[in-house]
Design a binder for this molecule. Structure first.
Ligand SMILES: [Zn+2]
Ligand SMILES: [Zn+2]
Length: 490
């Protein structure tokens, strides 16, 4: 379709004026559009007809959840929807560390010179038996990687993200004469598996093969923000997560003769308590950190002192130096406990870092643009300023280890506004992501997701921030809030 320069320019100027001056300007300009402006103006919200189709897509995706690393139906569904829009789609991208082929999807549409903007959605669901009572609730059971039969449900709302990205692509391509640049979409598998989905795709060279984006955008639904509203945070967004395994090795024997043994159960108990001293006494209290011992296993019988006890730890932090210091402190503390118990040198603890996902740092310039766009689209009272979250996810990996690719993820409110108010009044939290009861209100959550992502993407295509703020948050003094923050994430 030929471009009408005058109309495009007029429309662009109108949107730039809105962006520059905030949402108050919009009604003035919108009051008297020219005929050209009215026919050419860009709209971010899906029509009611488009939304009905998206809601049907959402329910279909919701009833076909697939566990991490097994998203073949979901990946093909997304690929088909994007291909039908005219994007060039490549499937089956990536390999996991154990050699299994990943179900990564990359779609590209070249629409002339301009920024390269990548929209990323996750594909995977969780081993959760859904208890939302919704008519379209997942009834599925499946086999997990350990061979156990488990329920499977989109309890993290990744089906909302997939649908909203499809809706955003539809909005953008319906108005493709209004913007220039390259639109990219990633369907990322295995987000819920530490350090594997994004890593598998990046290690497959997707940035080399399909082009390195100028920015990567995403959303995540969240229960503590009302549907119809969005949340934003600049700088550190989600903490890094480090998985650490410790094997406390002792000398086993009879439960009645402890003097002939080195008891790893007692050592594990001491260690669990001392680990919290790392957070409270060795970590700078100005910097948020978490050490959680989530799993302890060992022993066979009450009157046998076992040979070893295993601890599985999840550690969260924002700054790399802090992270490395805490790993070292965990190692030192485990060794210290064993030495104090008299464990021989060849039976000292084995401490392994078994997984890591980096901190996600929202680019400040993109976050500021999002604030302007969201206020224009939804009004200032539907934009929530949030704090960094100690939950983690591998979205930050798309930024690359040197944070050279700006990334930005916003929160998408997903709960009934009345329930959010009630929760704030009573202090009782609403069922969050990963809960069997997590049930996003599909409408207006989906409409808002499409509208917010479309508006932000269009705004960046139209006017790329001249100077993207250097992502100086990483590696310097970072926020250290202990205030409540959205909890969606791994
Ligand atoms: Zn998620
Ligand atoms: Zn999740």
């Amino acid at each position: 379709m030929p471009i009408k320069p005058s109309a495009v320019t007029a429309c662009l100027l109108m949107r730039l004026a809105v962006l520059a001056s905030g949402w108050l300007v919009q009604p003035l300009l919108a009051a008297a559009p020219t005929a050209d402006q009215a026919s050419q103006s860009v709209t971010s919200a899906p029509s009611d007809t488009a939304l009905a189709t998206l809601l049907a897509r959402y329910r279909e995706l919701h009833q076909h959840p697939e566990l991490s690393r097994h998203e073949s139906w979901t990946a093909a569904y997304l690929a088909g929807a994007l291909r039908a829009q005219g994007m060039t789609v490549t499937e089956h991208l990536g390999h996991y560390r154990d050699g299994l082929a990943a179900e990564g999807v990359m779609a590209v549409l070249d629409n002339g010179p301009g920024p390269r903007i990548l929209l990323r959605t996750e594909l995977d669901a969780l081993p959760v038996v859904e208890k939302t009572g919704l008519p379209y609730a997942s009834q599925l059971r499946t086999m997990d990687d350990a061979g156990q039969t488990v329920g499977v449900a989109h309890a993290c709302g990744h089906d909302i993200h997939i649908t909203a990205v499809i809706g955003t692509v539809e909005r953008l391509l319906a108005q493709r004469t209004q913007w220039h640049g390259t639109l990219m979409v990633v369907g990322q598998p295995a987000e819920e598996v530490l350090e594997d989905g994004a890593r598998a795709m990046l290690a497959d060279g997707v940035y080399d093969r399909f082009g390195r984006p100028d920015v990567v955008l995403a959303m995540h639904d969240v229960s503590d923000i009302a549907a119809g509203a969005v949340g934003v945070v600049s700088g550190p967004f989600k903490s890094s997560a480090t998985d650490i395994d410790i094997v406390m090795r002792g000398i086993g024997g009879h439960g009645a003769k402890p003097e002939q043994t080195k008891d790893p159960v007692l050592m594990a108990g001491e260690l669990i308590v001392l680990l919290q001293g790392i957070v409270s006494r060795q970590n700078n209290p100005q910097e948020a950190a978490v050490i959680t011992v989530g799993k302890v296993s060992g022993g066979t019988k009450r009157n046998i002192i076992p040979e070893e006890v295993r601890l599985e730890i999840s550690m969260r932090s924002f700054r790399e130096e802090q992270r490395l210091a805490m790993i070292e402190a965990i190692r030192r503390t485990a060794n210290g406990v064993a030495i104090a118990a008299g464990v021989p040198e060849d039976r000292l603890p084995v401490v392994t870092v078994s997984g890591y996902i980096p901190v996600t740092v929202n680019d400040a310039a993109i976050a500021n643009r999002f604030r302007t766009v969201a206020q224009a689209e939804f009004g200032a009272d539907h934009l929530v300023e949030t704090r960094p979250s100690m939950a983690s996810e591998d979205f930050g990996a798309w930024s690359l280890p040197d944070h050279s690719v700006p990334v930005f993820c916003f929160w998408l409110g997903a709960s009934d506004p009345a329930k959010v108010q009630e929760s704030e009044r009573t202090g009782v939290p609403l069922p969050a992501t990963h809960s069997p009861q997590f049930a996003p209100v599909a409408e207006p959550t989906l409409r808002t997701g499409v509208q917010a992502l479309t508006a932000l993407t269009l705004s960046l295509f139209e006017q790329w921030p001249e100077r993207l703020a250097h992502r100086s948050g990483h590696g310097t003094g970072l926020p250290v809030s202990v205030a409540p923050s959205p909890s969606a994430g791994r």
